[in-house]
Design a protein around this ligand. Structure first.
Ligand SMILES: [Zn+2]
Ligand SMILES: [Zn+2]
Length: 143
């Protein structure tokens, strides 16, 4: 099933410490190294196997993505919360939506530490709405 051809007699490149060379069964489609069935790593049973080195790299990038994406919305929400102190209703509406989403998403162990950002963002948004109302009232009263 491999796209890349496996030369006859190729040995697993990840069993170099073994007393006998282990016959390779796959070619890594990412880096082209040979590896045996025992060293094959797959995301799904039907997926093409990956060599242990590429697997480790892949696992690393997956973890980094996990660390970054779930809490990004909290920083955006907090930024919008600060921006919503300006008397621009569009900013407050946007901030309200983003911070509510951020708050809902902060109930997981990875995002728990960012929950304060969502709460502070919401508090700032409420302040922003208050400023809007105060300015509007002042505009009506002192016309
Ligand atoms: Zn590889
Ligand atoms: Zn092997």
């Amino acid at each position: 099933m491999n796209i890349l051809a496996l030369p006859p007699g190729a040995a697993c490149g990840f069993h170099s410490g073994a007393p006998m060379p282990v016959a390779a069964a796959h070619v890594c489609e990412r880096c082209g190294s040979f590896f045996c069935s025992g060293c094959a790593c797959r995301t799904r049973p039907e997926a093409l196997p990956m060599c242990p080195a590429c697997w480790a790299l892949r696992a690393q990038s997956v973890t980094t993505n996990k660390e970054h994406s779930p809490t990004r919305i909290h920083s955006v929400g907090l930024g919008l919360g600060i921006a919503s102190l300006l008397p621009i209703p569009v900013l407050q509406i946007g901030s309200l939506v983003v911070n509510i989403i951020a708050l809902v998403r902060s109930f997981t162990p990875e995002t728990e530490s960012s929950r304060w950002k969502a709460i502070l963002g919401l508090v700032l948004t409420v302040f922003g709405f208050g400023i809007d109302v105060a300015l509007l009232t002042a505009a009506v009263m002192f016309k």
